[in-house]
Design a protein around this ligand. Structure first.
Ligand code: FAD
Ligand code: SIN
Length: 528
């Protein structure tokens, strides 16, 4: 089947929905999302959105905190634009129906690592859910937007699909829409668009342990890479220091805001170890805290460390962290009395599809926003709670750009429909789950918090094999969501390993035992 929309939005998190709402005033919009619309990293965001909302704070200190965390790789002009637009963005969310925690009629502002002021606007400990639901409600009501759940974007349509040879990044590639697999009817449709917005989020699932939900398989970065878009800084993977360590708990985050309220990190001997590593102790930036925990675990041969907030009043803990308290209680942990077992887990990809601050990628008519993109805001390490802000600000700015692009373009009817005549339903599905598990373990063991050339070489060899085996399988098989995700995860793994191998230094989130220092001349983007 063929569909035509002015704006094709891939992904229904903060980035995709905020973009859709803006462009819907100027044309028809389809939001394509591979599961239920609410399933996204946005929905699981806990801590909040960083924005300067207090007269004791300033744009300049937020900018400086962001630049410091980014370890020399932020694009300062992008940082300034996004941070300056923060307060206005918060006001628009409130006007759009989002309710944030307040105290005496003023927004309550939390604190997180790397910030030198209280500036985290939050809705208790479920900020993302409040934002996602308020955006989604407006999207569902909008007459110009069709929301297509259980639709899986498989491939971006470019000049390649017109039979032209496209072997590398070049300025004359156009995006004409996407092939989208309609899961229910088991059919791949052609969606033609004047502008395509890639808002498919992150890729935490590439690692064995992650805070991300199952949808975060890096599909957007992989599709853009195959379409020959410029990809940047994929080595900078942020590991959140504190995900819940419990055999029955998958991917549950214990927000940094808990440390912001004064929680301590203790090792198995009950020693508060963070002051031994950094004067900012538990509120040092995430890379510092995650590495310190990794060091403690390796030195002491333990599986987890402990987070202790029991010294804070029980009422405060319950009102500030109702969801975290309730979730921990499900596992028999009363956080007002018990220490919480925690470990680091893959959390956020600072790299992605290279864009400017208005969401333009290196491919014409293809925009990208949110975690899939690399605008230059985060550099080598993202400051906590800056990503929701980025998704919303860039979502809005790219909408402005896209309206002009859409009016200058028409649908490219020459794109052929999907052809799967020489494929069949595979007999050996086990390959998909086996290779997915193996990939995630390889990435965790060899491309994690602490890396070395030897580990990266091992990872490169193993991912190469998984790539060859999976591609051979893909070529003869009918499309399925699981198979597409596996291909995409392998592509992301390849990009992370290659980018990590190129960077011969330690900077921000990328720590190499062979090159433990930061090297001035390496202070550039890694572009693939
Ligand atoms: P997402 O919200 O992940 O949305 C991506 C969408 O794309 C999803 O709907 C997904 O299903 C869809 N999709 C993916 N692939 C396809 C495909 N092939 N076809 C169709 N649809 C597809 N950031 C903060 O700033 N503050 C926080 O407090 C915070 N807390 C966090 C807590 C957790 C547990 C996690 C996981 C992240 C947190 N983050 C936080 C990061 C932040 O949530 C994300 O970076 C941000 O929400 C990304 O928004 P997005 O719209 O780019 O992507
Ligand atoms: C958290 O609540 O700790 C997550 C904040 C973030 O990832 O920005």
């Amino acid at each position: 089947m063929r569909h035509r929309v002015d704006f094709l939005v891939l992904g229904s998190g903060a980035a995709g929905l905020s973009f859709a709402l803006q462009v819907a005033e100027y044309g028809s919009v389809a939001v394509i999302t591979k599961q239920s619309a609410v399933e996204s990293n946005t929905t699981y965001a806990q801590g909040g959105i960083a924005a300067v909302m207090d007269s004791a704070d300033s744009i300049e200190t937020h900018v400086q905190d962001t630049l410091r965390a980014g370890a020399g790789l932020c694009d300062e002009s992008v940082v300034r634009v996004i941070i300056e637009e923060g307060p206005q963005q918060i006001r628009q969310l409130v006007d759009g129906g989002a309710t944030f925690s307040s105290e005496s009629g003023k927004l309550h502002l939390g604190r997180e690592g790397g910030h030198t002021a209280n500036r985290i606007v939050h809705a208790a400990d479920a900020t993302g859910k409040v934002i996602e639901l308020s955006l989604l409600e407006r999207v569902k009501k909008h007459a110009n937007i069709q929301l297509c759940e259980y639709h899986f974007a498989v491939e971006l349509l470019t000049n390649h699909h017109l039979g032209q040879h496209v072997s590398k990044v070049r300025p004359d590639i156009d995006c004409f829409g996407a092939y989208v697999y309609h899961i229910e009817s088991d059919r791949v449709d052609t969606w033609l668009a004047k502008v395509t917005m890639l808002a498919t989020g992150g890729a935490g699932q590439v690692y064995l342990h992650t805070t991300n939900p199952g949808v975060a398989t890096g599909d957007g970065v992989a599709m853009a890479y195959r379409a020959k878009a410029r990809i940047a800084n994929m080595e900078f993977v942020q590991f959140h220091p504190t995900s819940l360590y419990h055999e029955d708990a998958r991917s549950f985050l214990i927000s940094e805001a808990v440390r912001g309220e004064g929680a301590y990190l203790l090792n198995g001997a009950g020693h508060r170890f963070m002051p031994d590593y950094d004067s900012r102790a538990e509120l040092a930036p995430r890379d510092v805290v995650a590495r310190a925990i990794d060091d403690q675990l390796k030195a002491r041969g333990e599986n987890h460390v402990w987070l202790d907030i029991t010294h804070r009043p029980a009422e405060l803990i319950h009102s500030r962290f109702p969801n975290i308290s309730a979730k921990c209680l499900e596992y028999g942990i009363d956080i007002t009395k018990d220490h919480i077992p925690v470990v680091p887990a893959a959390h956020y990809f600072c790299g992605g599809v290279h864009t400017d601050v208005d969401g333009r990628t290196s491919i014409n008519r293809l925009m990208a926003s949110g975690e899939v993109a690399c605008t230059g805001l985060h550099g080598a390490n993202r400051l906590a709670s800056n990503s929701l802000l980025e998704a919303l600000v860039v979502g809005k700015r790219s909408a402005k750009t896209s309206i002009g692009v859409a009016s200058d373009n028409t649908f490219s009817e020459d794109v052929p429909d999907w052809d799967d005549s020489s494929t069949e339903n595979p007999a050996e599905w086990i390959l998909i789950s086996h290779n997915r598990d193996e990939l995630r373990r390889v990435m965790w063991d060899y491309v994690g918090i602490v890396r070395s050339e030897l580990r990266l070489e091992r990872a490169a060899r193993r991912t190469r094999f998984l790539f060859e085996e999976t591609e051979a399988f893909y070529r003869k098989s009918k499309v399925s969501a699981g198979l597409c995700e596996l291909r995409n995860m392998i592509a992301v793994a390849y990009l992370v390993v290659q980018s990590a191998a190129i960077r011969r230094e330690s900077r921000g989130l990328h720590y190499m035992t062979d090159y433990p220092e930061m090297v001035e001349k390496e202070g550039r983007l890694t572009l693939i």
